[in-house]
Write a protein that binds this ligand. Structure first.
Ligand code: IPE
Ligand code: IPE
Ligand code: MG
Length: 225
């Protein structure tokens, strides 16, 4: 059976769900947040140490202003509501992505949330926010050049947002779309990928466990035979 440390998820399909059931994309995002809570719980129950959630990409700024505002408000309220609970449950929150360009109040709240939970050790949630893999890689290369360090695998990885975090064992993308959308291009080199037909708000613990069980039985070669 394969050991399982890290699950990464591209939480896709909120907008379509919202339109289908509530005539509003934003209501889909709200419903998607309930799935986030369910999957965090399932991650702990399955003794997985790292959960990475793709919440907002560097390309998502192309969306209408009203949707962007709604998403960031949801995040703001989520942090207010959840940080204490995360702390009680020994959950550490880490933001991966370029948060420098976000508004100052939110930036402060994100930093504070990381600070409060940084010693926790049961589960680490990496929230990918204003995250783009190409930007992350270029940023790492630039830092290495500036520090006059060699371009090699170890050094590149040390300057990614995910430094010291093991690569995802599993990537799940919900929403019936088969692409990576600029997500963890480096880190997913040997990840087992599961494309799920369900839209994110419809995804549940059972679907999650089914994928985990499939993963455990998969033969991972890493180039070997
Ligand atoms: C994913 O759901 C969530 C974010 C990108 C924030 P979408 O909003 O992309 O949902 P669809 O793909 O349009 O249905
Ligand atoms: C990827 O979904 C980003 C997140 C889930 C946050 P998108 O819905 O933005 O991806 P594309 O644009 O359809 O590839
Ligand atoms: Mg989408």
């Amino acid at each position: 059976m394969n050991p399982l440390k890290h699950v990464a998820i591209i939480m896709d399909g909120n907008g379509r769900w919202g339109i289908k059931y509530k005539k509003s994309r934003n209501q889909g995002h709200k419903a998607g947040l309930k799935t986030v809570e369910k999957i965090i719980k399932a991650t702990i129950e399955n003794k997985i140490n790292y959960l990475t959630l793709f919440a907002f990409s560097t390309e998502n700024w192309k969306r209408p202003k009203n949707e962007i505002r709604f998403l960031f408000n949801l995040l703001d309220n989520f942090l207010d509501k959840k940080i204490k609970e995360f702390n009680r449950n020994n959950i550490k929150l880490k933001i991966i992505g370029n948060i420098n360009t976000l508004n100052t109040t939110l930036k402060k709240k994100l930093n504070k949330s990381e600070q409060i939970t940084k010693k926790n050790s049961k589960l680490q949630i990496n929230l990918a926010l204003n995250y783009g893999s190409k930007f992350e890689l270029i940023d790492s290369f630039k830092k290495l050049i500036k520090k006059n360090k060699k371009i090699n695998i170890t050094n590149i990885e040390n300057y990614l947002y995910t430094a010291k975090i093991p690569d995802p064992d599993i990537l799940i993308r919900t929403g019936n779309t088969k692409r990576l959308s600029n997500f963890m291009l480096w880190q997913l080199a040997y990840t087992e990928i599961y494309f799920e037909k369900k839209l994110w708000p419809d995804f549940n613990e059972k679907d999650f466990v089914k994928i985990i069980n499939k993963f455990k039985k998969t033969k991972r070669n890493f180039g070997n035979i």
